[in-house]
Structure formats: C-alpha cells, structure tokens
Design a protein around this ligand. Structure first.
Ligand SMILES: NC(=O)C1=CN([C@@H]2O[C@H](COP(=O)(O)OP(=O)(O)OC[C@H]3O[C@@H](n4cnc5c(N)ncnc54)[C@H](OP(=O)(O)O)[C@@H]3O)[C@@H](O)[C@H]2O)C=CC1
Ligand SMILES: O=C(O)CCC(=O)C(=O)O
Ligand SMILES: [Mg+2]
Length: 421
C-alpha cells in the first residue's frame, strides 16, 4: 500500500493521512510505557483530525522480546521496516555491561545512519527541580550519533586483538605512554570531518529555523586535540563557510581581537548579534557541565560529540525534572530516516510495575508528530501533559518531590494526559 508510506523528496517529507509507523515496544519498563503512550498518540490524532488522519502502528521486533521469539536481537526485518517506512519510534532496549551484545540502540542509529540525536530540554511549569530557576533551562542538544568512542570499537585485555593493538602502538607508532601495557584494554575514538560537519550543520540550521540566539560547540579539545579539538575547529570552519551571513563565531572574535584588540572584537560581536546573527561559541565539556547549572540562560542549541552528548542529556534532564520527562529523536536529515526515543533506559527494577513516567516517550511521540507536520496533535499532547502536571496528578518520580500531589501509575498518567488535552 504505497499510499501509506511516508516518502521524502528534496529533504521534505510527504506524509499520507494514514502513515505506517514501525515501533519497538522496548525492554524492561518499555511495555508499560508503550501501552500508556500509544493511547495518548491515538487520542491526540483522533481529537485533532476527527478520523481523517490515523497512525497505522506496525510492531517490529528488537531486544529481549525478539530474542525470545526468534533468537535474534535485531532482525533484518526490523531494520528493513525502519528503512522502508522512514519514521518510527522505539522504547528503550537493554545493553549488558562489560560483555554480551553491543547496544542495539546504537546499532539502529549506525545502521540507519541517524547522525543527529536531537534532545530538547525544557521545563514544564510545576515540575519539581533541584535548581531554583528551572525555567531558565531551555536547550536543544544536537549529539553526534554515529562516531566517537561510543561506536564501540574496543579490544579486551588479554585477547590477541589487544596484544596486536599494543604492538602496533608501541612498535609502529612509538607510543610510550601506556601506563600498564600488559593489562590494558583499548578503545578507539573515530571523529571525522564529515561526521562533525553534518552534525554542526544540522544544529545551525535548527538554530536559524527556530530563531535561537546561539549554538555552543561542546568538546574536550584541550585534552583530545585531534578528535574533540578538531570537532571544534571543523565546527567553526563550517559555520563561517556555510552560514557566514547568519552567524558570528568566537573564532572570528579571536582573530579580530588578535589583530585589532578586544574592544574592536567586542564591538563587532555586539553589532553582529544586534543585527540578529546567531553566536557560535564553544565550551570545554567539564566547564560546560557546571555552566548549565550556574548560567543556563546563556546556552541554547548545543552541538557536541556522542559521549559528551550522552552525559549532557541526562544532566540537563535532571535540571528540568529528570529523565522521566526527557524526549529525543535520532535523525538523518538527508535521507529522512528518523527514530524517536526517550533519553532514559529500561529502568529494569520497575519493569512490569506500571509505575514509571511515560512522559519521555509521550513527548518523543509529540516530537514525531511535529516532524510529520501534525502540529495540532502534538500541541494537544503538550497541553495534556502541562495540565496533568499543573493538577499535580503525576507518577512516582514527580510525586515524591511535589507537595500535595496525587500518585498515578504509568497507565493512569496516560489517561490523565488524554483527559486533559
Ligand atoms: N536508548 C536506550 O534504549 C537506552 C537504553 N539504556 C539501557 O537501559 C538499561 C538501564 O540503564 P540505567 O543506567 O539503569 O538507566 P535508566 O535510564 O534505565 O534508569 C536510571 C534511573 O532513571 C530513572 N528513570 C528512568 N526511566 C524513568 C522513567 N520512565 N520514569 C521515571 N524515572 C525514570 C529511575 O530513577 P530512580 O531510581 O530514581 O527512580 C531509574 O532508576 C541499560 O541496559 C542501558 O544500557 C540506557 C539509556 C538509553
Ligand atoms: O544503548 C544504550 O544502552 C545506552 C544508550 C544511551 O544511554 C543513550 O543513547 O543515551
Ligand atoms: Mg544515555
């Protein structure tokens, strides 16, 4: 049924009224969360479009459910479905620590080349927060999603591969700095110019489209000079080369300051920003993690590498209420492929208890609806969530920090959002 397939032309999605949307339920708390969330999505679409539009859900297998069924953690049919239908959504999938299978979540991103992990972080009025002014945090993280140490290229100590790596490093590369060579494992951190450029381009395009004041490149380039440092350099170069008329960069500032002094550079930056240009700046990752707590209003769009983006996502989510309410998307802006998913994981200790907050997946679904151009349905979800929180009818994660709140189960919170949208 070709008419039910989302297609893409010239970077623009063509969305039929009844698009087939592949979904993965997820492991751990995934099934509870999915059951609550899918009802919210369907209710929002029905209310917004009165039956003229409908999401046609197609379950695809991955993770523990898939392994139990077929002995395969990530069947080819699942990848094929995401390839064919372009836009999908997933619950969290378990990754064992220290051994076992590699992350299926990462595999999906790599296989579909979903290079931008987009994670908006905003505060909903009334959500309990550990900071005094959570309303000042309004950021959108663009996390590079296919490279970095996160790619999982590593060799366990004691294996022939690790031994070979050691010999290569010591004998051929002259490396003398490995502190305990014989008992070291090794990890590789690939960071490319292409990978950096497409991510930073997506971040700046987003800032331009949404009229954001700045893009901050977050890196640890003082220590990892040729990977994270290069990410910063390539990011600035791309910004000036492709968005010269729309941005002012700290790199420009430094060049002017070196030649003409700081006062001239200050004046130039002020004039650029007054004229509506976007400031492209950078921050070293450790300092950034304290800045987001102390001076959050100075940051807007964030472009960063894969592992930094992982840490920053959870840290920022905590400021606005935790990962129970932290949505996200994995996107390839060129092919149109996208898989929406929460920032959090499977929270296994709560599996099957109908307890956790489905807010992250519900908001990921709202992001998906926006991505499809179904803004009315997305807005209904946002207003339903806002109203449920304002009425203090929330799941355990918020209830334990809110005075006078009513504790709801995962499924009940879904009902609450539907009733209030
Ligand atoms: N994209 C993905 O699919 C991801 C998968 N994972 C995987 O998930 C598994 C578990 O990872 P773990 O490090 O424990 O991280 P999780 O994100 O699963 O859980 C950590 C803690 O966050 C809180 N939390 C998580 N989800 C919710 C929710 N929906 N509502 C309210 N609170 C929530 C809970 O806090 P509290 O204890 O305070 O109640 C929970 O104990 C691992 O295998 C990991 O690899 C992890 C991240 C992303
Ligand atoms: O894949 C996993 O298990 C963890 C991934 C993760 O934490 C993330 O992408 O934020
Ligand atoms: Mg994470």
């Amino acid at each position: 049924m070709a008419e039910q397939k989302i297609t893409v032309k010239g970077g623009k999605l063509n969305v039929p009224d009844q698009p087939i949307i592949p979904f993965i339920e997820g492991d751990g708390t995934g099934p509870d969360i999915w059951a609550a969330s899918v009802r919210v999505f369907d209710a929002a679409v029905a209310k917004a479009y009165g039956g003229s539009r409908k999401l046609m859900w197609k379950e695809v297998m991955a993770g523990e459910k898939s392994f139990k069924q077929s002995g395969n953690w990530l069947p080819n049919e699942t990848l094929d479905a995401f390839r064919e239908y372009l836009v999908g959504i997933k619950g969290p999938l378990t990754t064992p620590v220290g051994g076992g299978i590699r992350s299926l979540n990462v595999a999906l991103r790599q296989e579909l080349d979903l290079y931008a992990c987009l994670r908006p972080v905003r505060w909903f009025e009334g959500v309990p927060s550990p900071v005094k002014r959570p309303d000042l945090t309004d950021m959108v993280i663009f996390r590079e999603n296919t490279e970095d140490i996160y790619a999982g290229i590593e060799y366990m100590n004691g294996t022939p591969q690790a031994q070979k790596m050691l010999e290569f490093l010591q004998d051929e590369m002259g490396v003398k700095k490995i502190r305990f060579p014989e008992t070291s494992s090794f990890g590789i951190k690939p960071v490319s110019k292409e990978g950096t450029e497409r991510l930073v381009r997506a971040a700046i395009e987003y800032a331009v489209l949404h009229k954001k004041p700045s893009v901050t490149i977050v890196h640890k380039g003082n220590i990892m000079k040729f990977t994270e440092g290069a990410f910063k350099t390539w990011g600035y170069e791309l910004a000036e080369r492709e968005f010269g008329d729309k941005v002012f960069t700290w790199s420009q500032y430094d060049r002017v300051a070196a030649k003409q002094g700081q006062e001239v550079a200050d004046a130039l930056q002020k004039a650029a920003l007054d004229s509506g240009k976007i400031l492209i700046k950078d921050s070293i990752a450790d300092a950034f993690l304290q800045q987001i707590l102390l001076r959050p209003s100075e940051y807007s769009v964030v472009a960063t590498l894969n592992l930094n983006g992982d840490y920053i996502s959870d840290a920022l989510a905590a400021i606005v209420g935790g990962i129970g309410i932290a949505p996200g998307a994995n996107i390839n802006y060129l092919t149109g492929h996208a898989i929406f998913e929460a920032t959090h994981g499977t929270a296994p200790k709560y599996a099957g208890l109908d307890k956790v907050n489905p807010g992250s997946v519900i908001l990921s679904g709202a992001m998906m609806l926006e991505h499809l151009g179904w803004q009315e349905a997305a807005d209904l979800i946002y207003s339903g969530i806002e109203a449920a929180i304002a009425a203090k009818r929330v799941t355990y994660d918020f209830e334990r920090q809110m005075e006078g709140a009513t504790l709801l189960k995962c499924s009940e919170f879904g009902d609450e959002v539907i009733a209030r949208m």
